[in-house]
Design a binder for this molecule. Structure first.
Ligand code: ZN
Length: 221
């Protein structure tokens, strides 16, 4: 039976890094909804053009358009043994639509991996990013990779600044939206006994280990 893994985690939870490792180990394509959108828009596929009409009007792309993109992606030969889904579903109705889609393929969600990182830790990770005004835009992190001299680039001595998107206010808002939106989805999968919560505040390697063990346990059933 095909393996469908769902990966959940807030902004800054390290989902991308972990997705790469899991996809390689379990030989599954990484189906990230954001990439899927960009790809359909870029190739101007019928679904991409449809999505663009909504986006041009400043509206959300309806779930059925997104689901169709996912259906097409999961029908590609590299997804015949399953896939790792990232960024979809985000809501309970999307989760229900995904169930129906996987049922079409004679499959179902194998397990839902949730990389859990508290709001404070997410904010520390996301709001500590500063970059230099030099041509190379060297990146620093106040907690994890601070410059030797506060506010100055180690390499070229230019001033460090924060992108508007990286400020604590903007990131706190992003995290809050994620938490509010995801809570019902997490209970949905928890109630079905499909959720595997992994402590995302451990080292990257320890998180990988825990996720790997989760997939193995789910696929051994
Ligand atoms: Zn620099």
């Amino acid at each position: 039976m095909a393996v469908y893994l769902l990966l959940l985690g807030g902004p800054g939870a390290g989902k991308g890094t972990q997705a790469d490792v899991l996809c390689q180990e379990f030989q599954l394509p990484h189906v990230a909804s954001g990439d899927l959108f960009r790809d359909n828009l870029k190739r101007a596929t019928p679904l991409g053009q449809l999505a663009k009409q909504y986006m041009d009007r400043g509206e959300l792309v309806p779930d059925d358009v997104t689901i169709k993109m996912i259906r097409e992606r999961l029908q590609q030969p590299d997804a015949k043994n399953g896939a790792l889904l990232d960024g979809f579903p985000r809501t309970v109705p999307q989760a229900q639509a995904l169930d129906a889609l996987l049922a079409e393929f004679g499959g179902k969600v194998t397990t839902v991996l949730y990389i859990k990182v508290g709001e404070t830790a997410l904010l520390d990770r996301l709001s500590g990013r500063w970059i230099c005004r030099g041509a190379q835009q060297h990146a620093y992190h106040l907690l994890f990779n601070p410059p030797k001299v506060a506010g100055k680039c180690d390499v070229d001595g230019t001033e460090l600044y924060q992108r508007a998107d990286d400020t604590a206010e903007v990131q706190a808002r992003r995290i809050k939206v994620f938490m509010e939106q995801t809570a019902p989805l997490i209970s949905f999968y928890q109630q079905r006994g499909e959720l595997r919560e992994v402590d995302g505040e451990q080292s990257i390697q320890a998180v990988t280990e825990a996720l790997r063990a989760g997939v193995k346990a789910a696929t051994a059933k």
